[in-house]
Design a protein around this ligand. Structure first.
Ligand SMILES: *Cc1c(COP(=O)(O)O)cnc(C)c1O
Length: 359
């Protein structure tokens, strides 16, 4: 079986066409069953006893995260998601409160930075919102922030940011770097970046359950009091078990094979969708991600299009309001984010339905 066939056979059949992995991928039978088995075990032996029994599974999940990040000595904590991880990181920060990020920074991240009293500066970018690698060194030297927060792949665009160039600029200037890999983890190679902290969400490209994520930090980054608090906080262990199973499946499938297939899927989606009258594909066809953003024709409401695609065609996509990236987006858009199992027929159905609902 091909990777696509194996991935498809491992989960319940989709009711229609699911091209919404950047929001929430479809879980496997194994991940779903592991989380529900754990809940059952809690009822049988008690929640705290069941948690002890699950410890090796969670250790395996954390080991997979360390391996995928190339951070063998990182501290890894499960969180409720990416925003939770950023909130922990910034709440723990004891230095000066200035942070540099991209113009396309995720809106809820900007809100968390503001809530923690950070003064936000923008990194130099090109006309596509991609980091300007030739200008970033001078920008950091001229006006050094205490911290760089780098979102390697945004929620509002499929454009992959040059994370290694950003990391070497940070190292050159002695500036710590935190990486938002909510969209990047499992989707792109996140190995050996040299970041001080990396965080992501389970439900996106790893295809684990909702309501769980991770925060990986280099030793010594977090204060003892934050580490202690994380160790004792109430959590949903069953979701962490499900996420650990999904991580195991990702490792078993072969991260580089998954990532190569996702690049292929992105190019196929952009090619199919370029045919839809009036809509504009934002990314270059070969942009190395599986996210396609489509700008609607004038007068077409992308939120309504998303609703009609579900109601009339059984096709799940994402509506992108400008609050996703308030410093960059001027128009709402529609996001198409298939996983490795998408077929040419699925993509043709999306293009056809989009044409039908726009007419
Ligand atoms: C989804 C997303 C987040 C937030 O993740 P949660 O798990 O919902 O907190 C942060 N950053 C980016 C780029 C995202 O796409």
């Amino acid at each position: 079986m091909t990777l696509a066939e194996t991935w498809r056979a491992a989960r319940p059949p989709a009711a229609g066409v699911h091209v919404d992995s950047a929001a929430c991928s479809r879980q496997s039978f194994a991940a779903i069953e592991a989380a529900s088995q754990h809940a059952r075990h809690e009822a049988e032996v008690g929640g705290y006893v069941a948690a002890q029994a699950a410890a090796p599974a969670l250790d395996a999940g954390r080991a997979a995260i360390r391996a995928l990040l190339g951070m063998p000595d990182a501290g890894v904590s499960f969180t409720t998601g990416s925003n939770h991880a950023l909130d922990i990181l910034l709440g723990d920060w004891t230095g000066e409160r200035t942070v540099a990020c991209l113009q396309g920074e995720y809106g809820p991240n900007l809100a968390i930075m503001a809530r923690h009293g950070f003064d936000i500066r923008l990194l130099p970018v090109d006309e596509f919102g991609r980091l300007d690698v030739n200008a970033v060194g001078a920008a950091l030297a001229h006006h050094p922030p205490a911290l760089v927060h780098f979102t390697v792949l945004g929620s509002h665009s499929g454009i992959v940011q040059p994370v290694h160039a950003m990391a070497s600029a940070c190292h050159g200037h002695g500036i710590p770097m935190f990486v938002d890999a909510a969209q990047g983890f499992a989707h792109l190679s996140m190995a050996d970046i040299g970041a001080d902290a990396v965080y992501s969400s389970s439900r996106k490209w790893t295809a684990g359950p909702r309501g769980v994520g991770f925060l990986a930090t280099r030793p010594g980054l977090l204060t003892d009091s934050t580490r202690e608090r994380l160790g004792h906080a109430e959590t949903n262990v069953g979701l962490q078990v499900g996420f650990s199973v999904a991580l195991g499946e990702h490792v078993a499938a072969g991260p580089s094979a998954v990532q190569a297939r996702l690049r292929e899927v992105g190019a196929a989606a952009r090619t199919a969708l370029a045919e839809v009258p009036g809509w504009r594909v934002i990314e270059h066809v070969d942009e190395p991600s599986a996210i396609t953003t489509l700008q609607p024709p004038d007068g077409v409401d992308a939120a309504q299009v998303r609703e009609r695609l579900i109601a009339e065609h059984g096709i799940v996509t994402t509506y992108l309001g400008i609050q996703r990236a308030p410093r960059q987006m001027h128009h709402p858009a529609l996001r198409i984010s298939p996983h490795v199992d998408v077929t040419d027929d699925d993509l043709a159905a999306v293009a056809k339905a989009l044409t039908a609902v726009t007419r």
